[in-house]
Design a protein around this ligand. Sequence first.
Ligand code: ADP
Ligand code: MG
Length: 455
Amino acid sequence: MTNETWGQVRNILRSEVGQNNYRTWIEPLEFAQVEEGVATFLVPTNFIGNWVERNFGDKILRQMIALGARVSRLSFVVPQTPRAVDAADAAEPAGAAHVSAKAQSEPAELPGAPLDPRLTFDSFVVGKPNQLAYAAARRVAEGGPVTFNPLFLYGGVGLGKTHLMHAIAHEMQARRPDLRVVYLSAEQFMYRFVQALREKQMMDFKHMFRSVDVLMVDDVQFIAGKDSTQEEFFHTFNALVDQNKQIILSADRAPGEIKDLEDRIKSRLQSGLVVDLHPTDYELRLGILQAKVARYREQYPELVIADDVLEFIAHRINTNVRVLEGALMRLFAFASLVGQEISLEKAQDALSDILRASDRKVTVEEIQRKVAEHFNIRMSDMIGPKRQRSIARPRQVAMYLAKAMTTRSLPDIGRRFGGRDHTTVMHGVRRIDELKVSDAQLAEDIEILRRALEE
Ligand code: ADP
Ligand code: MG
């Protein structure tokens, strides 16, 4: 592999991991060499090396291989004299970098995905917004008679669904090592299914999934609209329920709200216990930050982050725990670089882009302007009375985005569209919701606009 290949890999990674992660974790990597299948990178600190290996190692490896590099492993090395010395000689392996989640993977014949050893009940911080989900998860994990089947966890991105599922799996596996507990994403389920079809191994597939004791499928909204996968999932589901086997599912929304999912499946999904994870509140966020700091300081006692910094982050970054973690990890990376306590001022500086992104409150007017610009209509037409489709459609898109991206009520939005009635707004929102499904171009327009507005 050459530096040029690494340049390409970096570009792909940039879009895969997002600009924030890219800047903090990928940019500081300096490609050194590939020798005997091991790609070596120079990293500024051990903390950064470990973090990259753990969180982005698979992605990096996959992209390198996709671009033809003959690599089977990554190694992250902190140069002794920064950057000056040849990597191979100065090599000091980056600590515990090779303890990967893979070590805990399921026995080969089970179709599940590996469990992340960090995602346990112990490391899950409980607060008001997630206490019900936590209690239900604990209850199911204790085994015993199957009372809720399925357990259906739902909630927005980064609120802890996957974490709870892994925690349940760990707990069950610990209590009952004989149980065949399988955790996988709905996407992996589909992949397995399609593969079995292609290789004419449906019997094996069916047998495999019907022989598990506990089936956990993450992000089931993914199978919406995928008819034959749905069908197969439904049969697997029924077969397991009939045998009184526990099923645990997650999705980003309630069963009834998953579009393009057959009604009989929806009602099956609702037939057990449905619990949701609410957006985090300040106390929960602070609790999560404190817990994570405590954990990281066990490993890196030299990294110090002032208390008011945590309060500040908990206050300013709302809802998504993943973003919260990202911010904290950036501060740790920063602390490991500067070798001193991170003050509030430094934190604000280091996190300015993340803070700006979560600060951003889009206004209805901004939405109208962006949409008008995108569809090439005038702002006066956007809020004016004209009803021809070339104007009415963009107007509906703007209403739709206003509903989705602001906290304004329908009447309030109506007022901002030249004093329209709230039923008009509701109609517009529904119309776009329907059209999005059949009109790929429209769906894409909306995604582009949404992204532009989120920036
Ligand atoms: P989801 O699957 O709902 O999108 P995840 O379970 O992947 O979210 O959570 C995102 C990140 O936030 C994970 O690293 C997870 O460990 C962490 N996280 C979420 N909720 C909590 C919590 N209550 N306590 C500790 N960590 C949490
Ligand atoms: Mg998840």
